[in-house]
Design a binder for this molecule. Structure first.
Ligand code: SAM
Length: 148
């Protein structure tokens, strides 16, 4: 086991959870800045070549967890590990963002869904190798079909 240690913090237009778009069809196109602590800046070398990044972050404003969750995108509940609920045994989140530009230790990105000041645990380049025809979207596809 390890103790997580933020490598930086998110600058986001969202100050509380009610402001983040939710539910079926919600668009995540908000711009934000991933502000790394200066000592981690060398770790960003060569990141500019990637169009998209995976940001791993902490639900630092969640308390406790529930093993079933009722997502805003469905009126049925599902196991927490079949959802992206913020109430998880380990409060870890990930978001794929588009990299707009880098300014030193700051990454300007599009597509954030985290609150202002959220701790960033890690950043990795997004490299999808799964062909779209192989992807199954489980209960989410069923919820979308029911609401058409
Ligand atoms: C459904 S979760 C998905 C997060 C991430 N994209 C994932 O898949 O792990 C997104 C919600 O988490 C909540 N949230 C955002 N930042 C948070 C934070 N720092 N602490 C707790 N909850 C947060 C907001 O309500 C937001 O709508």
């Amino acid at each position: 086991m390890f103790t997580s240690c933020p490598i930086g913090f998110v600058s986001s237009p969202y100050m509380d959870t009610g402001q983040v778009p939710k539910g079926l069809g919600a668009k995540h196109d908000a711009d934000g800045v991933l502000k790394l602590l200066p000592e981690f800046e060398p770790g960003l070398t060569d990141i500019e070549g990637f169009s998209h990044l995976i940001v791993i972050w902490e639900f630092d404003r969640s308390e406790g967890f529930e093993l079933t969750a009722s997502p805003p995108s469905d009126n049925r509940s599902h196991g927490v590990f079949a959802t992206r609920s913020p109430l998880r045994p380990n409060p870890i989140a990930l978001t794929t963002v588009e990299l707009l530009r880098r300014e030193g230790a700051h990454l300007h990105v599009r597509g954030i869904d985290m609150l202002d000041g959220t701790p960033i645990l890690d950043i990795k380049p997004y490299l999808s190798s799964i062909p779209p025809e192989k992807l199954r979207r489980g209960w989410l596809a069923e919820a979308e079909a029911r609401q058409k």
